[in-house]
Structures are given as structure tokens and as C-alpha cells.
Write a protein that binds this ligand. Structure first.
Ligand code: SF4
Ligand code: SF4
Length: 172
């Protein structure tokens, strides 16, 4: 199997900055006009990009973005940790400005910073399992736009997606 290339974070951050206005324009147009096949294109690009992405080289989502935690997650993770749901919530959770329940601390306390592994991987929250949400049936372009600066894979998916759509979106 082909070896996955390590992520060049310096280059990634510089690229995110450089492409900020171009990406804003692209996502504004894509959200307004929502091309017909955009979800299937994104899902295909998700497969292609993640085939060559090693999340254990990165961990940027766990380091920078407090994950949402729903009631079922609380039940499952509390049980796994041998805590009551109340104890777990008190110790690890907070309510953010959008009224969502999220992990209180970033980087996530369950991230092993030595190797970027999740120490509660089997019972991690649904939002962590589904991150970065680019293989969903209907992809949220708003979430995708926000994740360009968090997830190097989403950055690459976006770059490839622009090549497919940028001319079409200009015409409409
Ligand atoms: S629970 Fe695991 S996957 Fe979710 S943010 Fe924390 S370390 Fe990352
Ligand atoms: S930010 Fe993206 S590439 Fe990095 S660990 Fe998270 S999902 Fe994987």
C-alpha cells in the first residue's frame, strides 16, 4: 500500500490564509446556487483525500475544536469511564455560545498528545466519529467552509472541488 504523506502544517496554514478570499467567494456561490451533484462530488473527494491522509499525523480537530457531545454520548462515555452521567458532565462538559453541549477543554482531554490517538476511541462522541462531515448524504457547505482552516483534508477536498465547479459557478 502507498505510504501516506505527512502533513506540512506550515504550508497548510499559509495556504489557508492565501486562499481565504477565494474560498469565501467559492462557498458563498456554492451555498447560494448549490449545484445538483455537489454532495456526490464531495463524498468522492472525501474518499480520495482520506485515502492519503493519516489523522494520527494531525489531530488538529481534537486539538482546536471542542466537539459536541449529545445525551447518548454522555451515557456511553460516562459508563466507560466508571462515572455517573452527572459526574462526567460536571468534569468535562460546558455549554457554548450556540447553546450546544461541548467538551469544556481544548485540546481535548481524551487526546493522547504523544501520538494523536483518542483514548476513548470506541466510545467517542458521534460528532467525533462523523468529523469532518464531508461524507454525509447532504453535506453542510457552511460546516465545510468553517473546517477548511481546521482540517487539512477538508482544505484539500475544497481545492479539488473548486476545480470541478469554479467555472460552472461563475456562469450561473
Ligand atoms: S473524544 Fe477523542 S476524537 Fe473526540 S475530540 Fe476528544 S480525542 Fe478527539
Ligand atoms: S483535522 Fe482532519 S486530517 Fe486532521 S485529524 Fe482531524 S479529521 Fe484528520
Amino acid at each position: 500500500m502507498e505510504e501516506k504523506k505527512p502533513i506540512d502544517f506550515h504550508q497548510y496554514r499559509a495556504n489557508v490564509k492565501k486562499k481565504r478570499f477565494e474560498n469565501k467567494k467559492f462557498f458563498d456561490n456554492a451555498q447560494r446556487k448549490r449545484p445538483k451533484n455537489i454532495d456526490s462530488h464531495i463524498q468522492d473527494l472525501h474518499e480520495e483525500v482520506f485515502e492519503n491522509t493519516n489523522c494520527l499525523d494531525c489531530g488538529n480537530c481534537c486539538k482546536t475544536t471542542p466537539s459536541m457531545v449529545n445525551n447518548r454520548d454522555v451515557k456511553r462515555i460516562a459508563k466507560y469511564l466508571g462515572l455517573t452521567q452527572g459526574e462526567f458532565s460536571e468534569k468535562y462538559l460546558a455549554v457554548d455560545e450556540d447553546d450546544d453541549t461541548v467538551f469544556r477543554i481544548t485540546p481535548c482531554v481524551f487526546l493522547d498528545k504523544e501520538n494523536n490517538e483518542c483514548t476513548i476511541y470506541e466510545v467517542r462522541p458521534k460528532a467525533c466519529r462523523e468529523y469532518p462531515h464531508t461524507d454525509e448524504h447532504k453535506v453542510s457547505l457552511d460546516i465545510m467552509r468553517r473546517n477548511v482552516g481546521v482540517c487539512p483534508a477538508v482544505y484539500q477536498i475544497t481545492e479539488k472541488l473548486k476545480r470541478v465547479y469554479i467555472d460552472e459557478l461563475k456562469k450561473k
